[in-house]
Ligand binder design. Sequence first.
Ligand SMILES: Cc1ncc(COP(=O)(O)O)c(C=O)c1O
Length: 379
Amino acid sequence: MSRSSRQSQIRGLIKLSKYWNKLINDIEPYVAGEQPKPGQKVIKLNTNENPYPPTPKVKKALDNFDLSDLRLYPDTNSTIVKQAAAKFDGVSEKNIFCGNGSDEVLAIAFQTFFEKKAFTGLPVLMPDYSYSFYPVFSEFYDIRRKTIALKDDFRLDPDDYIGVPNCGIVFANPNAPTSRAVAVSDVEKIAKANPDSVVIVDEAYVAFSEEYESAVSLIGEYKNICVIRTLSKAFSLAGIRLGYAVGNEELIEGLMRARDSFNSYPVDRLAQTVAEAALLDVGYYNETRSKIISTRKWFAKELLDIGFKMPPSSANFVFAKPPMDCGTLYQNLRSKGILVRYFNKPVLKDYLRITIGTDEEMRILLDAIKEEVQNAENS
Ligand SMILES: Cc1ncc(COP(=O)(O)O)c(C=O)c1O
């Protein structure tokens, strides 16, 4: 079956069209986690959203928002967001680039820093199990790629990125869906060994790590590190779509050139207002991420106690291998109204990626899992 047919089976839509170009006919687009239908009540633990609402400062900012301003285009520079992000990350606003979610920032970074097949034989390097948008971007932008195997325990070994010819490197830290992170010194090792390539470090989940820190501290010394962050997870703002890149001015200017070649206003006025308020409330950010970390620790231990296996998580999700058929557990949880993420692909198909929700949600999920494991043992 062709890749486009597989994709269309998932969506139940048109498979091929003579009106589409070859790229669109051939590509296998990214498949987002299942979204409940409007009004459908589910426990949603499949897209790593934050179970807590955004800071109350967001409501205050929206209450003060002058709706008549919506007739005007937004600030193309996203100045208030850049200033707030710069303060949050301890860098200059010249080091920040804002976009419509980190997916968009990643897409622009691929177009800016990595070279098309037509111009180079060199691939972009990425881990074999990582954010599934990376291979899609490389297909979409016609960039050759080489996947580098993670170790058996899903660890990324920086040495595997040394001495491998490439036109760029991308990885998530902590990684998704595996949840493991590497130390900043490992990121540094990779950047140092590849001075002519841009190393994109996707830090969507770094806020949930206790041991590992952001690579933002390296951008002064390493001009080739581009850190990408999002407000979707730790700031509870998946609904507004705000992501940003942090890097040397030379990298930021490149991103601006690419962005201004297709959309000069990616971040709307409402998103800018909301994002600024959230980034400035560091106290609330710390409070929610600590709650999630402590729920994760409790939940992971409970799963280990009933025979699950999993790598240590530094994210707001766990990547857990159940002591029963994983596809069956996924389906049975789904029919009980609990959505978790299942990737029906080699190796990954033995694991569930479970977002950390509130304590109550995780208790309900745990009870349902225990019942399923018990049933599987008895059958
Ligand atoms: C590793 C990783 N990077 C980026 C994103 C995209 O986040 P955003 O909502 O900012 O587009 C996700 C979303 O789940 C992710 O898992």
